[in-house]
Design a protein around this ligand. Structure first.
Ligand SMILES: *[C@@H]1O[C@H](CO)[C@@H](O)[C@H](O)[C@H]1NC(C)=O
Ligand SMILES: *[C@@H]1O[C@H](CO)[C@@H](O)[C@H](O)[C@H]1NC(C)=O
Ligand SMILES: *[C@@H]1O[C@H](CO)[C@@H](O)[C@H](O)[C@H]1NC(C)=O
Length: 171
């Protein structure tokens, strides 16, 4: 089985190499499947201070809730946070974000979420998301490629919302 996968991947890479040199690329954009929306409230920040890459600020997660067609409903455990960086080279106050969230689904699974990205000039932040779980029901999340958009929420103070999507191979 393993050998079959390896040779299939090798074949794909060979085909990709041929396509790249053929001079007639016609790539289709991948699709996106909506995963969930999560609302999170952060607590008091601790400023680590200016370092070589910028000013590190740690914001803990107090609570949160998520809901969506793929993850069902659940809560964000009061763990983790955002280890954000006010960039050393800081055009327009740009932040690099590095978030850990721990999801608990209403059907009892625990899913660890890793999220990195950067603020955009439109007031949102764009993130790449990876997931880890031992739950058999949600095991598929270990191998997906996902992205999200973060927006601030008006209330409660320190809260934000993140919409997340999974990449889908074009047909
Ligand atoms: C989350 O924590 C904030 C701050 O303590 C509080 O205002 C809010 O009601 C909490 N939300 C939930 C869903 O528990
Ligand atoms: C997130 O907050 C918005 C605005 O308060 C609300 O409409 C939405 O239902 C919330 N979603 C979740 C998953 O908590
Ligand atoms: C800073 O913001 C201005 C106005 O939105 C934009 O034109 C410019 O490209 C931004 N600079 C960077 C480096 O993002």
């Amino acid at each position: 089985m393993k050998l079959t996968i390896v040779s299939a991947v090798t074949t794909l890479l060979t085909l990709a190499g041929l396509a790249a040199t053929s001079g007639t690329p016609d790539p289709k954009a991948p699709g996106l499947t909506y995963l969930y929306t999560v609302n999170i409230t952060g607590g008091d920040a601790a400023t680590v201070g200016p370092g070589p890459r910028g000013t590190r600020i740690v914001v803990p997660i107090l609570n949160g809730t998520f809901s969506g067609p793929k993850f069902g409903k659940g809560k964000v455990l009061p763990l983790g946070g955002d280890w954000e960086l006010i960039d050393a080279n800081n055009p327009n106050g740009s932040l690099t974000i590095d978030v850990r969230q721990t999801f608990q689904t209403n059907d009892g699974a625990v899913i660890q979420v890793f999220e990195t990205g950067a603020t955009q000039t439109d007031g949102t932040a764009h993130v790449r998301l990876t997931y880890e779980t031992g739950s058999q029901k949600y095991y598929w999340v270990n191998s997906i490629v996902a992205i999200g958009i973060i927006r601030p929420l008006p209330s409660p103070p320190g809260s934000l919302t993140i919409d997340a999507w999974q990449m889908k191979t074009p047909s």
